[in-house]
Every structure is written in C-alpha cells, then in structure tokens.
Design a protein around this ligand. Structure first.
Ligand code: NAI
Ligand code: 13P
Length: 329
C-alpha cells in the first residue's frame, strides 16, 4: 500500500502543523478550513495567524473551504474538534479512503470514542489514530516529536508512517486504536486538574501526585474500554499526560489555571477561539466511567469545578479526605 496525497480536515493549530509536516520537501497537501480568512491567509501569505501565529508555512499547502476538493487525497487527517467530527465526516462522500483521527475527545451524548463515530459516519473507511505529546507550535517549528500511529491493518500503519515520518517527527506504529485515543481524550481532563493545582498554588508535590493518580484513573478507564495497558503507558497516554500537565502552552492546563485562580468556567470559556477539549470531554467521561463502573475521582472533581457545583477549596478538601487505600487499587 502506498499513500502519497494527504489532505487535512481542520485549519486549527494542529491541522495546520500536521499539514506542515506532510508538506515537507514541497509535497502538495490540501487543507480544509472552516474560516474563509484561514483559507485566504494560508493561500496568499502562507501563514495562519488566527490559530498558529508566527509560523511560516510551506507554499505547497493549499487551503480550501470546499470539502469536495479533498476527494483528490489518498488519505485524510481528521483534525476538527471532537464534537464536530461526526458532522464533518457525514458531509464527505462515502468511500474507502483511510481516515486518520487526530482529534482528542469523546462524543457528548453518545459517549462514543471517535473511532466509533468514524465507523458509523464512514463505514467503508479504514480508520487510524494519530496521538501523542505534540504541541502544535513545536511540531510546526520542526522540534523533535514522537507520536503513536495506531491502525488495525499493519500495512496501513506502515504506509502512513512512511508518508508522515521526518527526522524530527517520529511516528511509532501500534495496532491499539482504542488505547491511543483514550489516552489523548482523558489526559485533557487531567490537564485541567493540574492547571487548577498550579493556579491555586498547591505545589509541585500535589501536581506529581495528581499526574500519578490521574494516570491510574486513565488506566482503569482505558482497560475497561479495551485499551492495552502498554499503550496507556506510552506516548499517547502517559507521554501526553506529562506534557499537558506541565505547561501553560496547554489550553486545558491554562483553563484549569484560571479555575484555580477563582475565575468561573463560563468566563474562561466565553469568546475562546481555540478549543480546550477537556471541558467538553469531562462530563461525558464522568458518565462513561459511571457506565463502565470505573471510579475517576479527579475527573469528577474537574466536572464539579466546570459546572460550578463545587468551589475549589471544598473540592480539594474532598480529594484529601478520601479514604486511604493501597496504591495499586
Ligand atoms: N493544538 C495542539 O497542540 C493539538 C491539538 N490536538 C487536537 O486537535 C483537535 C483540533 O484542535 P486544534 O487544531 O488545536 O484547534 P484550535 O483550537 O487551534 O482551533 C479551533 C478549531 O476548531 C474549529 N471549529 C470551531 N467550530 C467548529 C465547527 N462548528 N465545526 C468544525 N470546526 C470547528 C476551527 O475551525 C478551528 O479549526 C482537538 O481535538 C485537539 O485536542 C491534538 C494534538 C495537539
Ligand atoms: O494535545 C495536546 C498536546 O499533545 C495539546 O494540548 P492542549 O489541547 O491542552 O493545548
């Protein structure tokens, strides 16, 4: 199997950065963006100041507002916010072109993972997942990055790795799609919690404890939904959790930081141009965990802060007064 022509659905920071990777060496890449101004600035000035400021883009990236123009591609990178993936995939013609899911989230309402959403919206398309510790602005600058590329068909994984790999962009093939996508979805919620810890000034010990106990929650939920533990401990799980729990560059972490400072979620979410996926994933993850019989106290606490049902100090007190238990449990 050979994949040459890559198209990207989504002209936000991550879609643009991935287009930049795929365009290395002057290879043509098509990118669908929702905003006409993004289409125009990519085509005319080779920049995306709205979502990825300060990066000079390859002139071989051609943007379009017409999904029909993506028919040209051998494979499509799907990089829209998770809650819009179903609608966008439903707007494409049906076909057997591989879809590589790069978004991180769980669909609200249905509680479905994006692999399930894609299988319903495009039943004939082979599905892959690309996920890992990858801040878009670093990838777009060519800084060294490693990422998980999961596909059920090893030939598809191999073809995609061959097409996307660069000396500074190293995809590691996997066959565990569920593991790869659960890590990315859950870490966004945990990054909000880490931001809260930082914003409230609870210290570095608390943040390390939260990353470790958060990873235990991710693992319990992931395994219950069919993920492999080694995938969750890899780039797309623990790797991405550590990245987003350590940096204000994370939109989810910075949302939590604001909450920790006492700002309301509504005020922090109003007028956001960029997406903090964890805010949308948190309530559906809580519901999905409940359905699976999995305890996720950190996720519950993030939900309570986001919906305003609890104040930060009482959430912290509740977390600290939970029954003492053995670490592996
Ligand atoms: N930015 C990053 O460093 C990374 C982001 N991701 C994931 O990629 C996905 C996209 O995130 P970003 O590119 O960062 O977005 P962004 O925050 O840079 O931009 C927002 C995006 O949402 C789109 N959008 C808003 N309303 C929409 C609608 N109604 N229908 C379709 N699209 C709509 C905008 O067109 C824009 O592309 C998310 O799931 C995110 O978790 C994954 C890895 C890294
Ligand atoms: O997923 C990301 C890095 O891997 C980006 O994180 P944020 O969406 O929190 O900015």
């Amino acid at each position: 199997m050979k994949i040459e022509r890559i198209a990207v659905i989504g002209g936000g920071a991550w879609g643009t950065a991935l287009a930049q990777v795929a365009a290395t060496g002057g290879r043509e890449v098509r990118l669908w963006a929702r905003e006409a101004e993004v289409v125009d600035t990519i085509n005319d000035a080779h920049t995306n100041p709205l979502f990825l400021p300060g990066i000079a883009l390859s002139p071989s990236i051609r943007a379009t507002g017409d999904l029909g123009e993506l028919d040209w591609a051998d494979a499509l990178l799907v990089v829209a916010p998770a809650q819009h993936v179903r609608t966008l995939l439903g707007s494409l013609p049906q076909g057997g072109r591989p879809l590589i899911l790069c978004s991180k989230g769980i669909e609200a309402g249905s509680m479905k993972l994006l692999t399930e959403v894609a299988a319903e919206a495009q039943p004939q398309a082979p599905i892959a997942v690309l996920s890992g510790p990858t801040f878009a602005h670093e990838v777009a600058q060519g800084l060294p990055t490693a990422i998980t590329l999961a596909a059920a068909d090893p030939a598809l994984a191999e073809a995609l790795v061959a097409r996307l790999a660069q000396p500074t962009f190293r995809p590691y093939a996997s066959s565990d799609l569920i593991g790869a996508e659960i890590g990315g979805a859950v870490k966004n919620v945990l990054a909000i919690a880490c931001g809260v810890v930082e914003g409230r000034g609870l210290g570095q010990n608390a943040r390390a404890a939260l990353i470790s106990r958060g990873f235990a929650e991710m693992s319990r939920f992931g395994v219950a939904r069919g993920a492999r533990p080694e995938t969750l401990a890899g780039l797309s799980g623990l790797g991405d959790l550590v990245l987003t729990c350590s940096s204000q560059s994370s939109r989810n972490f910075s949302l939590g930081f604001g909450l920790g400072r006492g700002e309301s979620a509504a005020a922090l979410m109003a007028d956001r141009k960029t997406v903090a996926e964890g805010a949308f994933t948190a309530p559906v993850l809580r519901e999905a965990a409940h359905t699976a019989g999995v305890e996720m106290p950190i996720v519950d606490a993030v939900c309570d802060l986001l919906d305003g049902s609890e104040k930060i100090d009482s959430v912290v007190e509740q977390m600290l007064s939970r029954p003492l238990r053995t670490e592996g449990a």
